[in-house]
Write a protein that binds this ligand. Structure first.
Ligand code: ZN
Length: 202
């Protein structure tokens, strides 16, 4: 005699049973629940896709119009985090398909900081202070972040050959130190594996 395995507990029931004699589940209800779960899962997947598409559109629209004021900060942050930054001239696993432009970003480290910086350079015993170090690090991070934003504005997805420089500006007894970052905004595509044959249309 053929039997029907309960999807919930695995108990073998008589064929065409309405409920499981092992766990008491009603099969029609269970099936409905499974269908509902599937449908809800698909709905969530679709909604997630729509959100991604929508945020892509918001970003693309801002790139085209140059108006970033309506783009939520969080979306910009997400887009920036996807931009690859490297000091090398190529991206591992990627192929540069277009160099868009040379870009640069400057971050001022503040008044009087330059003085502190040059003092610390001459101080061979003490080295640089913790504050000096962290100001420099913060400045560098900010400069790279701005470089990312410059790339994003151009519709690029990576910045290669990044170079960081410090430049001093002084006048009227005051001096300022800037972190200057520059690089090439590029469009990188994922490399296709060598052993994968791409079919050619003839
Ligand atoms: Zn059962």
């Amino acid at each position: 005699m053929s039997s029907m395995k309960c999807p919930k507990c695995g108990h073998a029931n008589k064929r065409n049973s309405e409920e499981c004699s092992g766990c008491g589940v009603i099969f029609a209800k269970l099936e409905m629940q499974i269908e509902k779960n599937k449908w809800e899962k698909e709905k969530r997947r679709q909604e997630a896709l729509e959100r991604v598409e929508k945020s892509k559109l918001i970003i693309e629209n801002a790139i085209l119009t140059g108006d970033w004021s309506k783009v939520p900060k969080e979306k910009i942050k997400q887009a920036l985090s996807r931009i690859i930054v490297t000091t090398s001239f190529d991206v591992p696993g990627g192929r540069t398909v277009r160099a868009v432009d040379i870009i640069s970003a400057e971050v001022a480290l503040g008044m009087n900081f330059a003085q502190e910086w040059f003092t610390s350079l001459s101080d061979t015993f003490g080295g640089r202070s913790k504050t000096t170090q962290s100001v420099l690090q913060d400045g560098r991070k900010k400069a790279v972040e701005e470089l990312r934003f410059e790339a994003l504005k151009l519709g690029a997805n990576a910045v290669t050959g990044i170079n960081l420089n410090y430049s001093q500006f002084s006048g009227k007894n005051k001096s300022m130190l800037f972190v200057v970052a520059y690089g090439t905004a590029v469009i990188v595509m994922r490399k296709v594996k060598k052993n994968v044959l791409i079919s050619q249309k003839s």
